[in-house]
Write a protein that binds this ligand. Sequence first.
Ligand SMILES: Cc1ncc(COP(=O)(O)O)c(C=O)c1O
Length: 379
Amino acid sequence: MDHIKNRMAIEFTSIRRASRNDREDYLEIFDQRLVHSDYISGEDVAHFEREFADYLGVSSVVSCGNGSDALLIALKCLNLPKNAKVLVPDFTFLAAAEAVASLGLIPILVDIDKETLTITAETLKCCWDKDVAAVIVVHLFGYAAPMDDILALCKKNGAYLIEDCAQATGTKIRYNNKWCHVGTIGDIGTTSFFPTKNLSAMGDGGAIFTSNHSLAQRAQMFKSHGALNKYTPVCIGQNSRLDTLQAAILRYRLKKIDIQIEKCQRIALKYDIAFAQLPMITIPQRSNDVFHSFHQYPILIHNGSRDNLQAYLKDEGIPSMVYYPLPLSKTEAYQDYSPYESAVSLAIGTQILCLPIHSYLDEGEVNSIITKIVQFYEE
Ligand SMILES: Cc1ncc(COP(=O)(O)O)c(C=O)c1O
């Protein structure tokens, strides 16, 4: 009985359903790779890097061990002066701030804009001074930060721009009258292939991407012990590799990503229409100039009922998540990196709730999530 219940439960991510659905294909992929037993730097790694670069429209993808390493390596490529300041969002996963601080640079936590949930040129300007050498923008939840103004601000001040796309593979922005993937507008893009991400591996994985040849070469060097040729390092590097099996899985999943995003967009539209009738819920603003990948579907609840709604949904078998309950500036590790107030980040942390959204969610499940939320507010 428990077994049947588990199978029917609404799941927050697609991981288990994808494993069940595509099991035969995965077994075939593994079987073929067992023949070569080329587990490190096998040919799938180079193929994946080329295929992902073509998908994104950049000249180089350098794969690595995870999305946190990707940020670290991207920062190393920029060769910033000691004690330089790097502006990062206060409301996000900690990897960007962690990478900056662990290189001896100074992360400055910047408040987000309440519409897009990302940093903007306006929020960056409030924290800018002459020591700012770079910005890491995070395209959170599949949203895209407003890149035109951010890029203009960075260019005007001679600062580098890194785009963390760990939550936004597949998101595109209309830029210079063209649709561009996020991560391809600034100097370097990074991403994660953690199993819950839009493009996911069956373990850890990450990538750095750019159309700047010399930055790509430096990334290749830093991820390979500081050496482009084995045993002749030219700088201090690290070991950060995407293994062959993960690359093979990523090649398979890359072919499906756009179809999955379309399914998520259809679910999001149903949610949008349903929640438009509930005055206590707002949906963070989405621009017509962004092709949204819906890594998450966040709602903001304004009447203080977020925690009660989450508990009610849990009782009804509907999972949801609070990303992120606290801005980084309110955590012990990062409290010293916030000379400025992050009032929006703090408020959003008390209002936000992320609902299930993935390509294995069926129509009946989406309807029942909507019905339960509407019922909660009508009772
Ligand atoms: C926005 C963001 N950046 C970076 C990372 C780090 O990726 P990884 O877990 O692969 O190190 C994550 C992971 O959750 C993330 O959400």
